[in-house]
Design a protein around this ligand. Structure first.
Ligand code: ADP
Ligand code: MG
Length: 323
């Protein structure tokens, strides 16, 4: 393109809140044949809230929590559905988790702390917090050594997650992110947080697919939650890569590009910077961190996934100037 065309494109982009990091980026965007979305904070709002707190009921004869008529197998114990009234087991579960998460800045942590407070449970004293990347947290607290996160994290602490796995699966199938909570080696129960899919994510995916662009999703979240969200936004389940650790996101992009695809990676988080850098085009969305924006070729000023489509339109010269 001529320098004049580049200037026009760049300025039309800016009018629409799409910032190109130079003329060669503007040229590259129209060659994109694949778009890879990060899930949390990109396809979803990234504002999680606590939806469920289910304590593990004691095994055998002492099924305590839960409502009448529910079909729990009391032989093996299990996880009770959330009851309207909070009992001690729920309080203990919330208190341990909120205390540990009180020291973390992860969106999950903020949701757990806020959700506990809404239910009348205040976080307690936290001595030491350890983030276990992509898996959860481990903390020394007034409630003992607390772990919150994926089943494998509990196994690493010699806690058997099995009695809570059915409940966890059920919550994940609803698109929620479920995590297990244990204190001093004892499984306390399951918490779930949910995040709304951004309204325009559905239209963005549809518009991209209409143009023959292949759409993928990468997330550190688990398979079931990832697939439920993919289904909501119209991404083919075969194009979902779940459970991807932060340090492996760039490799995941490279594996998508291994067949010669030219991928645009769209993400928001600190975790996403290497993946943005390894994509043919890296796109940071508005609410993103400075690190992501620095690694990106294109920055979307708003947190609107449909602006990905606009970026392509600008690059192809099919988006008009706003008068
Ligand atoms: P994403 O790729 O969606 O941004 P992360 O890599 O930040 O996700 O986290 C991946 C998974 O690790 C989460 O879905 C959750 O299961 C677990 N996890 C991460 N941080 C925490 C936390 N503070 N508390 C509980 N679980 C966590
Ligand atoms: Mg993230």
């Amino acid at each position: 393109a001529t320098p004049a065309a580049t200037m026009v494109g760049t300025s039309i982009g800016a009018q629409h809140g799409v910032l190109f990091e130079g003329g060669d980026v503007l040229e590259r965007v129209k060659e994109v044949d694949t778009v890879v979305f990060d899930k949390t904070g990109t396809l979803t709002e990234g504002e999680m809230h606590l939806t469920d707190a289910r304590p593990v009921t004691p095994a055998a004869d002492g099924a305590v929590a839960g409502e009448e008529g529910d079909e729990r197998d009391s032989e093996e114990g299990g996880v009770a559905p959330e009851a309207a009234e909070y009992d001690d087991a729920t309080e203990r579960l919330l208190a341990a988790a909120a205390t540990a998460e009180g020291g973390s800045e992860h969106p999950i942590a903020e949701a757990v702390v806020a959700g506990a407070r809404e239910r009348g449970v205040e976080p307690g004293d936290l001595q030491v917090l350890q983030n276990v990347s992509g898996k959860g947290i481990r903390a020394r607290t007034e409630h003992g050594t607390v772990v919150v996160g994926k089943p494998e994290l509990l196994r690493e602490e010699d806690v058997d997650p099995d009695p809570a796995l059915d409940a966890m699966r059920e919550l994940e199938t609803e698109g929620k992110t479920a995590m297990l909570v244990a204190a001093d080696g004892e499984l306390l129960g399951v918490l779930a947080v949910a995040d709304e899919v951004r309204e325009s994510a559905v239209d963005a995916v549809a518009a991209l697919r209409d143009r023959g662009i292949v759409v993928h999703m990468i997330t550190g979240d688990n398979e079931r939650t990832a697939r439920a969200v993919a289904e909501q936004v119209g991404i083919d389940p075969d194009n979902v890569r779940a459970g991807v650790l932060p340090e492996d996101k760039a490799d995941a992009v490279e594996s998508i590009q291994a067949d010669g695809s030219r991928a645009m990676m769209v993400g928001d988080g600190v975790n996403d910077a290497p993946a943005l850098a390894s994509a043919f085009v890296g796109v940071a969305i508005g609410s993103g961190t400075d690190v992501a924006i620095e690694a990106a070729d294109v920055t979307l000023m708003r947190s609107d996934p449909f602006d990905v489509v606009k970026a392509i339109n600008v690059s192809e010269g099919t988006l008009a100037k706003i008068k």
